[in-house]
Design a protein around this ligand. Structure first.
Ligand SMILES: NC(=O)c1ccc[n+]([C@@H]2O[C@H](COP(=O)([O-])OP(=O)(O)OC[C@H]3O[C@@H](n4cnc5c(N)ncnc54)[C@H](OP(=O)(O)O)[C@@H]3O)[C@@H](O)[C@H]2O)c1
Length: 263
């Protein structure tokens, strides 16, 4: 099969090779997926660059954990009815060497999830890390139905999914974004209100939108802007300032930079 791989950590131009190698075979409980799209996550770049200095973990790594395609073969113990199924895959290169930057990947059948007919492979390849992160952040504390959820960075990759999930879950969603173009993106994702953090007084606007009660749950953007103004909002409403979350409160998110809690 055609694949991209690296055998040592470093800059892409120095360590990535594109070539031919044997396709994997599905082991017991596994499926072989013919990939149609591969999802590149910031984490893949960090792993390939060996940012922690621990080495790359395997003699050869095919990068990318996320992807989408069609099941072509099943291993022992997997129903043959899955052959031909459109799927999105997650975790292909998480604790395993061979990811989705290839024509084929073999992985446990639970990591190949049916993809509805109307959803393109390129969308399926974005679901693994970003959408699962957003889903966890929005629902880690339980239902958001009837709540006001603030998504900081609501036009970003994870933030956009968080907006859609929170709206789908029955919340009233306020997104903060960095430009007028991003206002449209956040509204299209399902936000009820999109505030430009560069030009709006976000604390004041959230106060107006919520009649002074503030947002009940919040998802933090890369910059950490949410917490300062959330505390400000609470002070104005006379409640105790909440304690900023620590990574241990992120409840299964992929990084400490995302969090979900009731304020
Ligand atoms: N991507 C993933 O799969 C993943 C997984 C786990 C965790 N994370 C974490 O989740 C965070 C977001 O990642 P991402 O991949 O979604 O990034 P992204 O696509 O770059 O989105 C970040 C968004 O936040 C906006 N932003 C920046 N500063 C802001 C502020 N002060 N207020 C409101 N919005 C602001 C940016 O807009 P402008 O800069 O244009 O204003 C951008 O639209 C990062 O901390 C990342 O480490 C990501």
């Amino acid at each position: 099969m055609r694949a991209a791989w690296y055998e040592r950590g470093g800059p892409a131009g120095e360590v990535l090779t594109v070539g031919e190698m044997d396709a994997p075979r599905p082991g017991p409980g596994e499926v072989l997926v013919r990939l149609r799209a591969s999802g590149i996550n910031p984490g893949e770049i960090k792993k390939r660059a060996d940012w922690m200095g621990f080495g790359i973990g395997y003699p050869r790594v095919i990068p990318h954990s996320d992807g989408a395609g069609t099941i072509e073969e099943v291993g022992e113990g997997v129903s043959s009815s899955r052959v031909g199924q459109r799927v999105w895959v997650w975790g292909a290169q998480s604790g395993r060497p061979f990811g989705t930057a290839a024509q084929y990947t073999a992985l446990p059948q639970a990591q190949a999830v049916p993809l509805p007919g109307g959803v393109g492979f390129e969308v399926g390849a974005t679901l693994g890390i970003p959408a699962r992160t957003a889903h966890r952040c929005v629902f880690a504390d339980g239902s958001v139905s009837g709540k006001v959820v603030l998504v900081s960075g609501g036009a970003g990759t994870v933030g956009g999914f968080a907006v859609s999930f929170a709206k789908w879950g029955g919340a009233r969603v306020i997104a903060t974004v960095g430009s007028e173009e991003q206002v449209e993106v956040a509204l299209e994702a399902g936000a009820d209100h999109a505030l430009n953090y560069r030009t709006d007084d976000v604390a004041a606007r959230v106060g107006e939108i919520t009649d002074g009660s503030g947002a009940e749950a919040s998802w933090r953007s890369p910059s950490g802007e949410t917490w300062p103004w959330t505390r400000r909002r609470s002070r104005r409403s006379g409640r105790s300032p909440p304690t900023p979350p620590t990574p241990t409160r992120s409840r299964g998110c992929h990084s400490g930079s995302c969090s979900s809690r009731t304020l």
